[in-house]
Write a protein that binds this ligand. Structure first.
Ligand code: IPE
Ligand code: IPE
Ligand code: MG
Length: 243
């Protein structure tokens, strides 16, 4: 079976999971953290090298203040509680998204997670936090323009590979497979540049219910896909047909 090198997940449906149980939304987010722990283990066990998870989007700031602060609190808790174990399991943590404007304690924790795990090689866990694809592209364009103004870069020589070096994901392979839970079939500003040729699997389960079986099923669906990248696939000539 072809295993994807990089799986990216839009962890969606925490709120609806909680609502279905008559619980506050924060209970759904807490259960979502538990599902994330399981997903990290499942990805490692499946031999996936990169796992990117969408934890907080640049648009999620428009949620009620209390929910935003619950989500910030959970990120802090996740890093404080799980960092040692992730490090012990050889997981390298990297964060993508806008760092500017984050609370200093959160910025410091993100930095600590990246620094502590920098030389780990078992699994790369990329956390998209305060991430928005358009925002990422605009920040890259701004830095490219600044480099051009300084004469460090000639716009005539800019290629897509060169552009990608200015994205937060510089050095990270594009996702082969993007999974979204909760039944929604949209990307919600998640890795729009990087997922240009990704395969998508949409699952109806809410994120807190995501298990390693869902992960395995997504990998099976991926393995059955035929990726063409715009080219044609060499067709085999049926037996008995003269060419
Ligand atoms: C995903 O669950 C978690 C984040 C966006 C942070 P939601 O909070 O979006 O849950 P639903 O989509 O409202 O059910
Ligand atoms: C995407 O889910 C963001 C994360 C999973 C972090 P949302 O729930 O914010 O997306 P929409 O609003 O349904 O598009
Ligand atoms: Mg949602």
């Amino acid at each position: 079976m072809t295993t994807p090198e990089h799986v990216a997940i839009i962890m969606d449906g925490n709120g609806r999971w909680a609502k279905a149980r008559g619980l506050p939304r924060v209970a759904g987010h807490r259960a979502g953290v538990e599902a994330l722990r399981k997903a990290v283990r499942a990805a490692g066990d499946a031999g996936v090298s990169w796992l990117t998870v969408y934890a907080f989007s640049s648009e999620n700031w428009s949620r009620p203040k209390t929910e935003v602060s619950d989500l910030m609190g959970l990120l802090k808790l996740f890093i404080r509680r799980d960092l040692a174990e992730l490090h012990h399991s050889g997981v390298r943590v990297r964060i993508i998204g806008e760092r500017e404007g984050l609370a200093p304690d959160i910025a410091a924790l993100l930095e600590e997670a990246e620094t502590l795990t920098a030389s780990n090689r078992a699994l790369n866990l990329v956390i998209a936090f305060n991430y928005g694809g358009r925002d990422e592209i605009v920040r890259a364009a701004r830095r490219i323009a600044e480099a051009a103004v300084k004469g460090e870069l000639d716009p005539a020589n800019l290629t897509s590979e060169g552009f990608a070096d200015f994205l937060d994901t510089s050095g990270i392979p594009d996702p082969d497979l993007v999974i979204r839970t909760s039944g929604e079939q949209r990307i919600s500003n998640f890795l729009p540049w990087q997922s240009a040729y990704s395969e998508f699997v949409f699952l109806s389960c809410f994120w807190p219910d995501f298990t390693r079986e869902h992960f395995a099923e997504s990998l099976r669906q991926y393995a059955a896909r035929e990726r063409r990248f715009g080219a044609t696939v060499a067709e085999s000539v049926p037996a008995g047909v003269a060419s």
